[in-house]
Design a protein around this ligand. Sequence first.
Ligand SMILES: *Cc1c(COP(=O)(O)O)cnc(C)c1O
Length: 403
Amino acid sequence: MPVPAPPIRTLDALLPEPLPLMMGVGPTPIPEPVARAHARVLNHLGPLMNGVVESLKDLGRYVLQTGNPRVFGISGPGSAAMEMAMANLLWPGRRALVVVNGTFSGRLAEMGRRAEAEVVTLGVAPGHGVDPERVAEALKQGRFDVVAMVQGETSCGACNFAVPEVAALAQQAGALMVVDTVVTLSTMPLQTDDWGLDVVLSAGQKGLACVPGISLVTFSERAWQQIEARPKPPAQWVLDARLAASFWMEHTYHYTAPTSSILALHEALRLIAEETLPIRHDRHERHSRAVQRGMEALGLEMFAPPEHRLRSALAIRLPPGLDAPTLLAHMEERFNIQMAGAFGLPIFRVGQLGEQCRREPVLRTMDAMGQSLAALGVPCDPRAGVEAAEAVLGEVEVGRVAG
Ligand SMILES: *Cc1c(COP(=O)(O)O)cnc(C)c1O
């Protein structure tokens, strides 16, 4: 029996106009040049694409602060970049120490176990960054080939500010250092070379303000030598770093590269380089501070203490008697603003990533939060949030709107 065509629904019928403002922790809004680039398709091989790839790698080296020749894009989510790192550096007989602050760092550990390596986890309380002394202790418990951690743990709003200290310890112990910067790259300082990081990975849809489905990774020379000396290739053919190098270094076929997403990532990285990292970091810090002061003025409390707080993904404690689904539904239905819930913690999360760190989305979100909390019976002055945020931002937009 032939299958008949289904009832046809156009995207115009499926989606509201305008689309919701995405103030969750990814995906995030994209600037116009990224959207335009993403609308085009180019042959994945040949001089035009080669020029784009080389330019993207140069821009990537700036954003990652590295001189590594090996900067690769990956067709896939941030998890694909995590898996490329873990699956290529680990195999049976290898040992990894993974700092686990929450869901995403826990995923790094799981990927190490699936590569059949021996994985030792160092658990950190939710909302806290790791104390490097605990890493030093753990590294004394045996030989480790890899130390892996996240710079920012999105699930609980915690930041591992000690990445440089941990990387120095890893280096002393002869281990490679892997850092997941999916929620932090371009939003706060990261020095791949100066900190001695061996593998740094990130994804498009968070601070880079690009589309989901394209990710980024860089390998140091030290890491690459170990990958070349593997006893056998990883089980993952698509994520085999040596095969990926055929496209990203030699411009030959591995799989059909996602040329539209690569064009989009090129534009996202170009906009970051034009804004410059110091100005972009400052813009993130200031807008995040505006949201934090705004939430506090509405009587809410940050989950992570300031010295462990991730600025780019804010975890905020739910007020007594209010659950996350109720608050999120109200924000979306009344104000067309989306925020994020949590993985089992009494929090909700607001992103301060890329284009979310602009005056208009921040003030609109704070205004809607005040009105939503008041409507849901939380005692507060509904205008206090937007006023406190405005006081931080002042009248001047930090950094120019790119494009
Ligand atoms: C979002 C995120 C990931 C996973 O990215 P996906 O694109 O969802 O696979 C990994 N690590 C961190 C820190 C993240 O925030």
